[in-house]
Design a protein around this ligand. Structure first.
Ligand code: AMP
Ligand code: MG
Length: 347
């Protein structure tokens, strides 16, 4: 555990509390005083879980290789899985990478927002951040608390999702604390994440064939329509080891409860199996059994995406023997939801 008293940041230890007998992290609200404290923690090489509009991230100074190494240890993340660097503006991004015209156009259209760009990296980014690759992943989040935090520090924040490796990503400060609270000191509580799914990742280094590496909170259709481009979908290059998008491991985002996907509609009589939780897109008609869960009453794919991880966290604590999840239509956010469900179901 990183000790802030040793770093001379704090003269007294901030109260940490016990949850089920385990020492948890301090949850801090985004007051000016707390934001200053957390900027100092980051400057001194500490780790802070931070809110973004996608999911909570586990952040460290991206210029500090030792601090970034702590991220891998805290998450149990393999070091061949590179981190996304978060920056406050396009200007800062230009100082740690080189943009071509298409990447700059995408950044201007979609930043701040849930789009990550793969770019040639500057020497200032340590190898541990990029898993030794010559490219770096960069994103400018739009969450107001994140923007407040980062606007007054002069380094990018390397931040993967703030969850143990391969477990469900966190969309609330409580999710972070329950699953990683023992391993980190501070969580900045910015409320529930609005979008609830990771960013979309694009590699547009070759302007003639931009690649979609990960479906995410910005849909392929929206990018293609707004930017007037066609993306080559490489997102199903799922592997068990290093690949074009290292970390696109087949098994990921997985609850502890075994999850199976069902393409067939799940009808209410299925709920006769009381040991199974059924995760559906829309609310089925009529009165529903308590083991029927749905992500959007109205059938909105955006709402369903924003609630997916919170629902999996909730179901995972209820003691069911298995989860059967319905696949979503392959359109809009449905693509990203299906991607996460397929990886959650992988053995
Ligand atoms: P997360 O851990 O949820 O923040 O996801 C970060 C993902 O970004 C990784 O798993 C990689 O797939 C991807 N990524 C980061 N850096 C690169 C890079 N230089 N090239 C390709 N993909 C990257
Ligand atoms: Mg992750």
């Amino acid at each position: 555990m990183y000790d802030l008293r040793l770093a001379g940041i704090l003269s007294t230890q901030i109260t940490r509390y016990k949850f089920s007998g385990i020492c948890m992290a301090s949850l801090l609200k985004p007051t000016d005083e707390n934001l200053n404290l957390l900027r100092n923690v980051l400057k001194s090489g500490g780790l802070v879980a931070v809110p973004t509009e996608t999911v909570y991230g586990l952040a460290a100074n991206a210029f500090d290789a030792e601090a970034c190494a702590r991220i891998f240890t805290a998450k149990g993340r393999p070091t061949n899985d590179p981190l996304i660097c978060h920056i406050a503006s396009l200007e800062v991004a230009e100082s740690i990478s080189s943009f071509n015209e298409l990447s700059r156009k995408l950044a201007r259209l979609f930043w701040p927002g849930p789009l990550t760009l793969i770019l040639p990296k500057a020497k200032t980014i340590p190898d541990i951040v990029t898993a030794g690759l010559a490219s770096v992943a960069i994103r400018c989040p739009m969450h107001s608390v994140f923007q407040q935090l980062i606007s007054e520090i002069d380094f990018p924040l390397a931040a993967p999702s703030a969850n143990p490796f391969a477990y469900i990503s966190p969309t609330t400060a409580t999710h972070v604390n329950e699953n990683l609270g023992e391993d980190i000191d501070y969580i900045l509580d910015g409320g529930p994440c609005e979008l609830g799914l990771e960013s979309t990742i694009i590699d547009a280094r070759d302007e003639s064939s931009p690649l979609l590496l990960r479906h995410g909170a910005l849909s392929q259709e929206e990018i293609e329509t707004t930017a007037g481009i066609r993306l080559i979908d490489k997102s199903s290059n799922i592997t068990q080891g290093p690949s074009v998008a290292p970390g696109s491991a087949l098994k990921h985002y997985s609850p502890k409860t075994g999850l199976t996907l069902s393409a067939a509609p799940i009808k209410e009589p299925a709920a006769v199996n009381p040991d199974t939780a059924y995760l559906l897109w829309k609310k089925p008609e009529g009165k529903n059994a308590e083991n029927i869960f749905w992500l959007s009453a109205s059938g909105s794919l955006t709402e369903a995406a924003s609630r997916l991880y919170a629902a999996l966290h909730e179901i995972d604590q209820l003691g069911y023997q298995q989860i059967i999840a319905q696949t979503f239509p392959e359109q809009g956010m449905g693509n990203a939801i299906n991607d996460r469900l397929r990886r959650a179901a992988a053995k």
